[in-house]
Design a protein. Structure first.
Length: 340
């Protein structure tokens, strides 16, 4: 089969389409024929040699995929059958013609949705759902500040905050991105390049601040985050685009507000590993999302959720897709079409 590959860490020019061995499904796994995958920041980091896949995971890029069931491993429960249209959360391997998936990490593709649209769901939407419900315990009426509001996770989070009857507030770097977040349901949005978002957030919330912050930026935002975090607020860090080194009296500021810091990485949660939450964390997350959010991607159910797709690239143009994401101009997901 063909797959996105690189022989040594480096720039996008190192990427190419390579012929590799097609995987065989193991106990409890499904073989998926991939029609589309999507690009994530983790793919860029892995390509640069800064984010290796978890132990035992495929070293092929791709943390999500949409396609059809092509084979069943031994011990499968019978929930899925050959030809079912499915999408999946992966630890790697999605940007290839075939990938194996634990059956508990598959989700049905909503009716009337294309593979391209479905590929934009698993990683971003499950990440946002996890941050809001499993980590942040969002409540009705709470205010949620979402950094990188026009990213895949950001656009998903806006809609999921609305679904939870809470109030999404975003930051983004261009007026075009702020308009897109407003169309997705953001109650307010601020351009971090030309405005002090903490001042604007406090102004919008009449001085009370936000209850939850979803932060993929890290060190450069810590003071402003604490400025606009409410008493007993939850600051959730799931990325470090600006680095992780903090200079200043972070702990005293945090303590004065009785605030808490939570951190989360979804990819490294192994299917079999127990955690403070429970065993099979990803399977529990997929099940909760499938029951609570997935029906809202189908017509007739309000509010309607939509996965925004920014652009589509064929697998042989994987390097161009990486360059597009590095330019940080995309609104929503960059999707990779896999050749038949």
């Amino acid at each position: 089969m063909f797959a996105a590959y690189f022989d040594c860490p480096g720039g996008p020019e190192n990427l190419y389409m390579k012929e590799v061995m097609k995987p065989d499904p193991r106990e409890g796994e499904i073989l998926m024929k991939v029609s589309a995958s999507a690009l994530n920041r983790a793919d860029l980091l892995q390509r640069r040699g800064k984010y290796p896949p978890p132990k035992g995971a495929s070293d092929i890029l791709g943390l999500e995929a949409a396609g059809s069931v092509a084979g069943l491993g031994p011990g499968c429960s019978g929930r899925w059958k050959i030809g079912d249209a499915v999408m999946a959360l992966l630890s790697g391997g999605g940007q290839a013609q075939y990938v194996t998936v634990p059956e508990g990490l598959l989700m049905p593709i909503p009716k009337d949705m294309t593979f391209t649209q479905a590929a934009a769901i698993p990683e971003a939407w499950l990440t946002a759902f996890q941050l809001l419900h499993f980590v942040g315990k969002v409540q009705e009426g709470e205010r949620v500040l979402i950094h990188a509001g026009a990213s895949g996770v950001g656009m998903a989070a806006i809609q999921l905050v609305r679904l939870a009857k809470a109030i999404p507030i975003v930051t983004a770097g261009t007026q075009e991105k702020l308009e897109a977040t407003a169309n997705a349901g953001a109650a307010a949005g601020f351009n971090y390049k030309i405005e002090d978002f903490s001042e604007k957030v406090l102004e919008f919330t009449q001085g009370s601040g936000v209850d939850i912050i979803l932060d993929c930026v890290g060190s450069s935002y810590w003071e402003k985050n604490l400025n606009c975090l409410n008493t007993d607020g939850r600051w959730i860090i799931y990325g470090l685009l600006s680095g992780g080194e903090v200079h200043g009296d972070l702990l005293a500021r945090l303590l004065s507000k009785r605030a808490s810091i939570h951190t989360s990485l979804l990819r490294s949660r192994d299917k079999e590993a127990s955690s403070v939450f429970s065993p099979q964390y990803k399977e529990r997350l997929v099940r909760a999302f499938t029951e609570e959010a997935l029906p809202h991607f189908s017509g007739g159910i309000s509010p309607r959720l939509q996965p925004p797709v920014d652009s589509v690239y064929p697998l042989h143009a994987i390097a161009e897709a990486h360059r597009a994401m590095e330019e940080n101009k995309n609104i929503g997901k960059i999707v990779i079409e896999i050749p038949v």
